[in-house]
Every structure is written in C-alpha cells, then in structure tokens.
Design a protein around this ligand. Sequence first.
Ligand code: SF4
Length: 481
Amino acid sequence: MNVHDSERLAGLLEEAGYVRAPEDADGDADVVVFNTCAVRENADNRLYGNLGRLAPRKASRPGMQIAVGGCLAQKDRDTIVRKAPWVDVVFGTHNIGSLPVLLERARVQEEAQVEIAESLEAFPSTLPTRRESAYAAWVSISVGCNNTCTFCIVPALRGKEKDRRPGDILAEVEALVAEGVSEITLLGQNVNAYGSDIGDREAFSKLLRACGAIDGLERVRFTSPHPRDFTDDVIAAMAETPNVMPQLHMPLQSGSDQVLKAMRRSYRQERYLGIIEKVRAAIPHAAITTDVIVGFPGETEADFEETLHVVREARFAQAFTFQYSKRPGTPAATMDDQIPKEVVQARYERLVALQEEISWEENKKQVGRTLELMVAEGEGRKDGATHRLSGRAPDNRLVHFTKPEQEVRPGDVVTVEVTYAAPHHLLAEGEVLAVRRTRAGDAWEKRTAVAAAEPAGVMLGLPKVGVPAPLLAATSGCGCD
Ligand code: SF4
C-alpha cells in the first residue's frame, strides 16, 4: 500500500511540474519526500536518522524542502516538526493530494505546514500516478480497515474502510491495459472485505469476474484477504476466471484459537484450514502463502504447537514469519504475559526450519512442469557462463531461466520447463520453449526509450519510501493484512 502511495505522490508532483531525481540523489534534490510506514519496527528511529542525515545538506542548500507523510506522520503529527524543525511539510495518510499545495505554502510562508485529516471523506480516485513498472500495476480498491486486531496500528492510522466505486476501479484497470499493462494487483488493507462500505457483500467476487472480462488483461492478483471474509463466492470467482492467478496470500498469524482470540482475529483454526481445503479443491495448483506472528503475548508452548500443526497441514508455498514486537498505541503492547525474547527466538527458528522444509518440498513438486513466465525487470543472476533472466510463474513463484537467443523484454512471456528447485526459487536451465512478445513488453520498451531521452534535471528527490522494504514484505510481510 505504501509503495503504491509513493507512486501516487510521484504522479502528483510530476503533474505539478517537478522532475524526478536519480535514485541516489536525495541529498542533491530540491525536494525530498519520506513516505513512512509505522507497521515496521523502529520506523521512527529510522525516520529521524534519515532526517538528521539531511539536516546539514538542507542548511547548505537554500530552498531545499523536506516533506514527511505516511503512517508515522499520521501518528506523530506535530512531534516531527518539534524533533526536526528543518522539516517543511508533514502530511497524513488522508492528505496525500495536498502535498504540492503544502510545499508551495511552506515556501511562500516560510514556515512548516502540518496537515493531518482524521478520516477520508471519499476514496481519492483521481490522483495521478507515476508507476514503477510499465507492465504491472497496483490498483487500490479500498483503504482502511474495520477490524481491530490487537497487534495492529493500521486502523488507528488509516481509519475505517473506505471502498472505491467499482466503476472507478474498472475504468482505471481498462486505462492501464490500454497503456500496455498486463498484470494488476488489487490492493486493500482487507481486500476481500471490499463491498462493506458500498453495501454489497459479493462485491469482491464480482470485481474479480469483471476483471476477467477485460481484454488484454493477462494476470490479476490481490492482496491481502482476511480469512473471516473469505467467502465461497470468492473461491468460485478465482477458479472460474482464467486471468485470476492460482495464488493466494492469506495471513494466518497464529494457529492457536486462544491466541487468535487474544489477537481479536475472528476466525479459528478450523475455519482457516477449511478455506485452504476449498481453495485446493477448486484450484489444485494454487500456491498459498501466509504471514505468521510468533510470540504474541500469552502464547504458550501448546499454542505454538498449534501454529506448527496448521503450517504442516496447510503446506504453504512460503510464509512470512515475524517475531512479535510491541507497537506503541496497540492494545497488545500493554498486555500481560509478554514472552521473553529468547523463547520467541527459539520458537521462531523452529517455525522457520519447518517452513523451509515444506517450501522446498513444495517447490520440488514443480520440477518437470512447463510454465509460462512473465519476464521480470532487471537482469537475471549470472552463474558462471550461463546468463539468466527471471520471471514469475502464474502462481507467483520466482523462476530463473537461461536467457534465450531471441530478445525478451520485461513483460514478455516465455515458456520453460522447470529443472531444479531451491527453497525460494526454481530454475529452468534448458532451452526456452517459446517466447511471446507482448504489448506489455512493447510498453516497457517505449518507457525505457523515453526515459533515456529525458533531460537529466534534478528537482525532485523521491526516495523509494521512508522505511524501505522489499515489495512482498511491504504488502504482505508488514504484519498487517
Ligand atoms: Fe485490519 Fe489487517 Fe490490521 Fe487486522 S491486521 S486490523 S485486518 S489491517
């Protein structure tokens, strides 16, 4: 969600006339924007460390501006300008659209501007976006969350769920496809609760089916669903819509009913495993991934064994595992029975060892399969004389393959046979069986050519996010749904 918000901030500023600075030029840029995440541990230390690093540069560059947005800005508000008075703008999670105006006002009035709205009036559907990828795109369908999981800071900072109108979502997807995008990921804090705000309990499955009817859209994914809202109509829509990929990331958090209750997660082990069984029956090749928190306050050895039991039963393709740590402002932070660090560490290592074993076994089942990969951006890994590229299988597994003679571009589709499995990736070492040049590849080529011809102006510095995280971790590995 934060990565996509950063794309929207970049789009807004570019529309206002700013020019993107090179990736490593934040100290030389005229404007630096930090888009922060409060879910990650130590977010505030890292933010103030980054701001401190920029203070001398700002002092020596009259006119340079620094803005801080995102969840930490929403949480800390005025504290940021008190602790770092050289910051020019602080804007909340509901105030993204105001950034250009706030920068201008700070410049004219020569004083810091702080704008934090308590809630979102309407879904900000019309904000421009500067997408990172030419062939894959995030599409927000809702923001906020109506749940109150006791470890999570999201409801306090992102507010209640606000759904976007289906027509606006589909119009954006169609426009993206017209530009050459062939893969979209529907985004929401609790993506499959979509519809609760617009009064349609089946709105999410209808949206999946509507995406299936869009010509030229090859791959549809979504993140992240909540087990409570995972209804049969969604499973049917996934199974019956060919461009909805056979992949499901569904946070477990704990396998123990006691701990789930303390987390205020309103499903139990039986329901979770029941959903997995139904998904596997309807979509036999689906790769299912999850998030697990180890060492939640009060977690006993027996509770932890329940988590191991679910992990063994569910046979996740991958799991993003986290050691519980307190987040100030959440109910769990003040609960009794916080678990000693060494106990959490030991349980965490047992869980990771088990999941590694399962991931590897599940990956080995892929050896010999013929897969269509969407070629990913960036060069593949070099291994001796063999030059590899990388791609994503329909189930989102990462596959490294031998670069074919024929040119392939990010967004193109290749057909390969899997020859080897490692715990976290697959290899296809033989000849590429087929190459399909796509409109997405054309879009990538066009964008690359335009970028090469752009003047090397440095006005806007937009570091990836204030607290950077790899894409999977930012969306599914941050401890929220
Ligand atoms: Fe909502 Fe997910 Fe946070 Fe729970 S963990 S409150 S479902 S965003």
